[in-house]
Design a protein around this ligand. Sequence first.
Ligand SMILES: [Zn+2]
Length: 145
Amino acid sequence: MAFFDNIAKNLTTMGKQASDKAKEVATITKLSTDIRREEQKIQDVYASIGKRVYEATKELPSAENVDDFNAIEDALLKIEKLQNELSLVRGKKECPNCGEMVAADSKFCNSCGEEIPEEAETEDDNSEESTEPAEDVVDPVEVEE
Ligand SMILES: [Zn+2]
């Protein structure tokens, strides 16, 4: 039964090739993962070096760093604004005096002692007005002319 022997031999060879291929794929995956892990370590160290340079020289950035430092400052300001928005959504409001976020039902600011004004809920009353076109809005560019 040479015919069936050959088939069996071919199947064995194909099976071995498939398992070699699977091993190869596993090795490639492992090596790629190891490379990415080491690259990530470098990125983390770069980040901490950058943070140290930023902290140490942010008051007087070198010419080559000034754009990057400005980008950090912009992002920090945006984060502060977004955190304030988040606080508002979570039921806090901003102290009109110092800008600190206080609980919505606070009478006075925890930080500076300023009285926190009660805000009347007027949004429902204005719902009719908001559907009308805002005709009396003056374009600020026209005012300057
Ligand atoms: Zn305050």
